[in-house]
Design a protein around this ligand. Structure first.
Ligand SMILES: [Zn+2]
Length: 326
């Protein structure tokens, strides 16, 4: 592993995604992806390879994958610029949503080919998107695609999601697929999905369907986050996945943001969580981790800092762990 680089999928075309008034004031301002990429390059230097999510030669194949993941009518509508995530017809937004999805295709390719153990798409893990509809700023469900791609390649993927909003789109799109889905989230806010959320706190698991949910109270601290991470560790350790998919949402971070503060996680909690993923990936998955940024509404500082912390911790700990394992 010592030679394998971290793959980060990024291109400035990701910046053509300005919701709301279109002036960057919306909490999903994609500058967060650019900043996180720059932080990772500054921290890890030659250990990072930044690649583009697209190339001319892959567009037809990528479009085919998108249409296998979502209904064709929905794909066509979005690429024409129509979605309930923005007002009016904006073809460039549809194209950007496709580019974000293509970023995860590239990350999966890097992992499957063995070029990288750890790959990160900061505009990936659009975890609320459904088969035929967008939801919660998410248009195309790249993690549902990725799980199926790994499974089709003969691996045992497992999906873990610690965005503060339940990973409903992935859970529903993977229902019946045999891929375990673990979500750590606020129990009583959007998306208000009764299969995953219990309007309060505590676990809501459906073990027969490999679906596991840790519902946190509003204002949850690092201690509660770590307790849920410990619960997730037990599930992951028992399942022994050979690739881990992570929706590394940073929107549980404390402090002011354009969304209501749902949790008060700090760098300590996120580091603990990242170390757990690295430990399980090293133990069971030969270090393979696919990371998508998911949500994060402090785009100028806390969100990119949290993503860079989580990704660099996983990368460094996996590398160390695999070297120790020989
Ligand atoms: Zn979220």
């Amino acid at each position: 592993m010592s030679k394998e680089k971290l793959t980060v999928v990024y291109h400035d075309d990701y910046l053509n995604w300005l919701l709301g008034p279109g002036d960057g004031s919306h909490p999903t301002n994609p500058i967060r992806a650019k900043l996180a990429t720059e932080m990772l390059v500054a921290q890890l230097r030659d250990d990072v390879e930044v690649i583009a999510p697209f190339s001319d030669s892959t567009v037809d194949a990528d479009l085919g994958i998108l249409k296998e993941t979502h209904s064709e009518d929905y794909v066509v509508e979005v690429l024409e610029g129509i979605s309930n995530q923005w007002n009016g017809t904006k073809p460039i937004m549809g194209e950007t949503a496709f580019k974000m999805f293509r970023g995860t295709i590239r990350a999966v390719e890097k992992i499957l080919s063995g070029v990288s153990k750890v790959a990160f798409n900061p505009q990936g893990a659009k975890h609320h998107a459904k088969t035929s509809s967008a939801s919660g700023f998410c248009v195309f469900n790249d993690m549902a695609y990725a799980a199926k791609a790994f499974k089709n390649a003969g691996l045992r993927p497992l999906y873990l999601d610690w965005d503060i909003h339940a990973g409903d789109g992935v859970a529903h799109m993977l229902r019946g697929s045999g891929v375990p889905c673990i979500s750590i989230h606020n129990g009583s806010t959007y998306p208000n999905d009764s299969w995953l959320q219990n309007s309060g706190t505590g676990e809501l698991h459906h073990p027969a369907e490999l679906n596991y949910n840790f519902n946190l109270r509003r204002g949850a601290s690092d201690d509660e986050f770590k307790e849920a991470i410990d619960g997730a560790r037990v599930i992951i350790d028992a399942y022994k996945p050979d690739v881990i998919l992570l929706a590394a949402g940073a929107d549980g971070h404390f402090g002011s943001s354009n969304l209501v503060e749902l949790a008060k996680f700090t760098a300590d909690g996120f580091t603990y969580a990242a170390n757990m993923v690295a430990e399980m990936a090293t133990k069971h998955a030969d270090g393979r981790v696919l990371i998508g940024g998911a949500g994060g509404y402090q785009p100028l500082k806390e969100t990119p800092e949290t993503w860079a912390l989580v990704v660099s911790t996983i990368y460094n700990q996996v590398r160390k762990g695999l070297v120790q394992n020989g």
